[in-house]
Write a protein that binds this ligand. Sequence first.
Ligand code: GRG
Length: 321
Amino acid sequence: MNSLPELMKSFGDRFKTFRFPESPANLYQPNDYFLSLGGKRVRPVLCLLGNQLFGTISKDAYQTAAAIELFHNFSLIHDDIMDKADLRRGKETVHKKFGSNTAILSGDVMLIRAYELLATINPAYLPAVLTLFNTTAREVCEGQQLDMDFESRETVAMEEYLHMIGLKTSVLIAASLEMGAIINNAPAVDRQHLYNFGLNIGIAFQIQDDYLDAFGDPVKFGKTVGGDIKQNKKTFLLIYSLEHTEGNDKERLNKLLQTDNDDKVTQVLSIYKSCKADLWTKELIEKYRSSALESLSMVNVKEEDKKPLYELAEYLIQRES
Ligand code: GRG
């Protein structure tokens, strides 16, 4: 059984050697650039972890893990175009550095490379892996569209937001684990428990991201605090606060949403605190984290073999912020 750091290193070392063709340079260099920026490589490692729960890690598991990471990176390149984001992983985004048309096409070819890698795996389980990969890709598109729809909506219900992040963020985390399990012929029931573990960890991860954007330590988390507040992003904190404030605070919050004042972040944060949105968000993270762990406990393999997965959950969802 490989430890979590061993798997992270082993995937990282192999993936570092992955190169796009040299020509046309204007198509492929932006992809080499983007992959060189790193990232946590969580999804491919999840695929390897799901794989090793049911046997030895195979070459096909590495191949699928690489396809998943390429798919994830492709979606980030396109997401940054849609969001007009300047920075990703602390560096210039592909569209900012190379132009939007290049970013669209380089992203497209990255997605195609992902499918080329997948196409090489054993035909015994290729259909099951491909079906899950395709369902997941479609769901990610659906999540992305819902997210865009929410931007122009006045109100978004908590259930709708949960549904959106489930699609946009969690299904790929869940499917990465399940694809690894499929490749070692895991029983269907265990595949489902692993998938549910990933789904709940993914939701907890996204809620934590919303929380840290408002309350995190900017140095520790490498982000400017209040980015979501400045953009009126409908995060859990804002949705909860709109639903749970009354009178003066409600009026203040609605007014703040229409302004761009220097003290907007401080004022909104004080409303979040006074209606206890911060405490509620932490409870919600804990709820999804513990549901995830419950699903993992139901996977029918030795508890000690699950240790790296518990460690990964711990790494993704930090209890102290
Ligand atoms: C699927 C055909 C197809 C199109 C994609 C653009 C798009 C449609 C979807 C966007 C999906 C997206 C960007 C979701 C956000 C997921 C997320 C939480 C990203 C950050 O993940 P980390 O923290 O990033 O793992 P690193 O940098 O570590 O890889």
